[in-house]
Write a protein that binds this ligand. Structure first.
Ligand SMILES: Cc1ncc(C[n+]2csc(CCOP(=O)(O)OP(=O)(O)O)c2C)c(N)n1
Ligand SMILES: [Mg+2]
Length: 771
């Protein structure tokens, strides 16, 4: 571990003030000075920034090394921009355009901000937890020989205290404890205020117990040096101070010195007389606001003392809005200073009017050299890292042989073959699953490649020679990260592993499996992973009511609709094993392509007869979202449009109806998501003068303009019913709109109208209307 550079305490204190000023000014400028085109409040969080300026000054200008990575509390974003502005790596333009198009983003964004942002934040709690998974990925890369010791760093999360209510944090630390996570610093800006009000006192001293029991070191700094000394010398005062509730403390901070005096007189009477006599109101207020998270000396000492790799929770007591007129007020979360208050702050900071953007305005000549020296010595990266970590060659993925198979079984076999064949891609694949490794067919892969743990974990059952199909030993060469049943953790793991190129310079190919309905359990974490442009392959299986006897609690209905609305994630739903192989190859390519995206495969356990292929012409269409499995005749008046596991019903109905309905076509949809995107993109392009029809328009234009479409999917029918809007063709949508239940496939398909009878009736329906 590198030793922190020695720094000048006074310079750091000045930098704390500069951060507090620049963050407040950036927000003020966006709200009160920049011209508003729409009259809307621009917003920003001056109080949340002021709460954490000292913590961030100590961290960035003193404690952080070049390989450390930080997730910044979302509403502390302006502080991060101010830091880079002081370092010369953020432009004044971006700050002047804070929260505007192309300007500094309201919450740190890896993809949209021009400064280096290690982790995007915004949905509270997720930025915290991803640092834990990133640390696990760092250990994984080191164990596999892809990361040198000198390139290892620490993972830091800057956390609002109310963020600790997010359950995903506790799911993460439980998982971290299992994997012996290390090199983590989580720093709580403990201002005891949330968005709505002051926070409940009851959790005080509970959070630290929770962390300690998960193996963390907890370092709490409640007092700054000055206040600590005053309280140490006056036990009665200390006891009084420590019994104040969160709301009391905040109210007193807001009211100031006279209120502190009055309250002390009322509560302690004569016992406080000597103490009160020794200081005026201003000194009283200044003393009681000297909390640990605002005291530079305390912060530096705490950080310097935690240089080992033990995961550490710092609880830094602070005041929300420290140094601002609404300090401590319970309503200050989105509070903005008015121009008069801002002018008062400007004067207090020694900033001349008209010089507000000068980085070191107000810093006297004597101090300036020291401050500049600290800035020069700051070791954090000033530039965004490029995506220049090389490419991995993706081999052709052959389809598994077999006349009858399910897509889930085919997935397992493809991975097994990939593992046996070996090569760069196989070595870079890391799989992960929340306790459904075996039931999602990852088992064979894990038998080949092993579980990952930093230390060896023997397979006790194997050692005892107890027969089992599954090997379950772990070591530091394993390639499967087994997780507990916490789907949010799965997506955060995929997010961290899917950013391994960006974070560590080595691309991994993460594959995560879960049951399709439980995507919803981790949905915000999945969105978070996509938002940061993490790259992975998500395999959700089994899915739909095709799960039969397993029943309604496990039968997914709406994931295709989720996927339709999720940027950064491509949905494919294959019916056949050869389609799946093509899609997996494409998914790997997309992981590695700088302009690519992540992929979601919705698979099934239903074993179905595979189709005979005359040639490879289906392949391009399957990857683009759909192809004619049975070509329609010229000007056909009807087509069956089906996706995934219900293809046998579609094919059977097509066979039965084709004589009665001349030219009837059967369109196999493999990705409503891609078809829809292509459709809207083509429309947008037409406005730019480009006339190329989209894939879905080309497919549907093979039918008569008045043709009817019967859409069939084991999911919400809206996944496909929109197809009628493309060329204005009539649609009879079949799909699942009510919760499922147990039953045989034939029974369920009949009840939920996915069977041959339903298709026949629906075809009659669309033809009838045409006539
Ligand atoms: C998942 C989620 N829910 C709600 C919000 C809205 N929100 C933003 S900040 C905040 C309160 C934060 O309080 P705290 O974490 O203590 O931060 P402080 O501003 O006090 O430092 C809330 C509820 C959010 N950003 N994300
Ligand atoms: Mg708070």
């Amino acid at each position: 571990m590198l030793k922190p550079a020695t720094t000048d305490l006074d310079a750091l204190k000045i930098l704390d003030e500069r951060l507090r000023w620049l963050s407040a000014w950036t927000i003020h400028h966006a709200n009160h000075i920049r011209e508003s085109a729409d009259g809307l409040k621009v917003g920003g969080h001056q109080a949340s920034c002021a709460s954490m300026s000292a913590i961030m000054a100590a961290l960035y200008f003193h404690a952080l090394g070049p390989k450390d990575r930080v997730a910044v509390k979302p509403h502390g974003g302006p502080l991060l921009h101010a830091i880079h502005y002081l370092l010369g790596s953020q432009s004044r333009d971006a700050l002047e355009n804070f929260r505007g198009l192309g300007g500094a983003q309201s919450y740190p964004s890896r993809t949209k901000d021009k400064i280096p942002v290690d982790f995007s934040t915004g949905s509270v709690g997720l930025g915290v937890a991803i640092t834990l998974f990133a640390s696990l990925v760092q250990d994984y890369l080191t164990a596999h020989g892809w990361l040198d010791d000198v390139d290892r760093g620490r993972f830091v999360a800057l956390i609002g205290d109310a963020e600790l209510d997010e359950g995903n944090i506790y799911e993460a630390i439980i998982e971290g404890a299992k994997h012996d996570v290390r090199n983590l610093w989580w720093i709580i800006d403990y201002n005891r205020q949330s968005l709505d009000a002051t926070s409940a006192d009851r959790m005080f001293e509970r959070f630290d117990e929770i962390f300690r029991s998960c193996g963390w070191r907890v370092v709490e700094f409640r007092y700054g040096k000055k206040l600590q000394a005053a309280l140490d010398g006056n036990p009665a005062l200390k006891a009084w101070f420590e019994q104040l509730s969160n709301a009391d403390l905040s109210a007193l901070h807001y009211q100031g010195g006279a209120a502190w005096r009055k309250r002390l007189e009322a509560d302690l009477g004569k016992k406080a007389a000597a103490f009160l006599k020794a200081q005026d109101d201003e000194a009283l207020a200044s003393l009681f606001t000297d909390l640990g998270g605002h005291c530079m000396e305390t912060l530096i000492q705490a950080f310097d003392a935690a240089q080992d790799d033990v995961p550490t929770l710092f609880i830094a007591w602070t005041i929300k809005g420290f140094g601002l007129p609404f300090a401590g007020h319970k309503d200050n979360h989105a509070g903005l200073m008015n121009p008069t208050q801002l002018a008062a702050l400007r004067d207090a900071m020694g900033v001349r009017e008209g010089h507000e953007w000068e980085p070191l305005e107000g810093v006297g000549d004597n101090a300036r050299t020291g401050v500049e020296a600290v800035l020069d010595r700051t070791r954090i990266a000033r530039e965004k890292r490029g995506r220049d970590f090389g490419t991995v060659s993706i081999p052709a993925i052959p389809a598994p042989a077999g006349g009858e198979q399910s897509t889930q079984a085919a997935f397992g076999r493809i991975l097994l073959e990939l593992s046996k064949a070996g090569g760069a891609l196989a070595d870079r694949v890391v799989t992960t699953s929340p306790d459904v490794t075996v039931s999602t067919n990852l088992g064979a892969w894990v038998n080949q490649r092993g579980l990952f743990r930093r230390g060896d974990v023997p397979d006790i059952f194997a050692q005892a020679k107890i027969a089992s199909a599954q090997k379950w030993s772990a070591n530091n060469q394993g390639q499967h990260m087994e997780l507990g049943i916490a789907e949010s953790n799965l997506f955060l793991m995929l997010a961290a592993a899917g950013l391994s190129g960006d974070l560590f310079g080595t691309r991994l190919f993460p594959i995560g499996t879960l049951y399709d309905p439980f995507i919803a359990r981790g949905l915000d974490s999945l969105n978070y992973a996509c938002y940061q442009d993490a790259r992975f392959l998500l395999v959700a299986t089994p899915s739909g009511i095709t799960l039969g006897p397993e029943g309604g609690a496990h039968q997914s209905i709406n994931p295709p609709l989720i996927a339709l609305g999720q940027p950064g994630l491509r949905h494919y739903e294959p019916a056949y094993a050869d389609e799946l192989a093509a899609m997996m190859q494409e998914a790997f390519r997309l992981i590695d392509d700088p302009a690519g995206e992540s992929t979601y495969l919705r698979l099934s356990t239903r074993s179905i007869q595979q189709v005979e292929r005359a040639d490879d012409s289906w392949r391009g269409g399957a990857l683009a979202g759909g192809y004619w499995l049975r070509e329609p005749g010229p000007n056909a008046e009807a087509a069956i449009v089906a996706m995934g596991a219900v293809m046998p019903e579609a094919l059977a109905a097509w066979e039965e109806l084709r004589e009665d309905v001349p030219g009837l076509g059967l369109l196999a949809v493999t990705s409503p998501d891609l078809l829809h995107r292509g459709w809207t993109a083509a429309q947008a392009a037409r406005w730019q003068g480009e006339r190329k029809p989209s894939h879905v328009e080309q497919l549907l234009s093979k039918l008569s303009p008045s043709a009817g479409l019967v859409t069939l999917v084991d999911a919400a029918p809206a996944s496909l019913s929109w197809l009628g809007g493309v060329l204005g063709q009539r649609v009879a949508p079949l799909g699942v709109e009510k919760f499922g239940q147990t039953g045989s496939l034939a029974d369920l398909y009949a009840v939920y109208r996915l069977d041959g009878d339903a298709i026949t009736e629906a075809v009659a329906e669309v033809l009838l209307h045409n006539g």
